[in-house]
Write a new protein. Structure first.
Length: 54
């Protein structure tokens, strides 16, 4: 039975595999968080413009 350390090492390619998984995870996370941040920023700007117009 293989050990968990051998699984993580992935035959010597573990660093590349886990780095690519990490980068992919970060990109997916940013694809979720950036639009949320931009929406909040846009709503703040619109509220400020509306407040100035009054």
């Amino acid at each position: 039975m293989n050990s968990f350390a051998e699984f993580l090492a992935m035959g010597g390619y573990g660093f590349y595999v886990w780095t690519s998984y990490g980068i992919g995870f970060v990109v997916l996370l940013l694809n979720i968080l950036i639009p949320i941040y931009q929406r909040k920023q846009l709503l703040r700007e619109l509220a400020l413009k509306q407040k100035r117009a009054k």
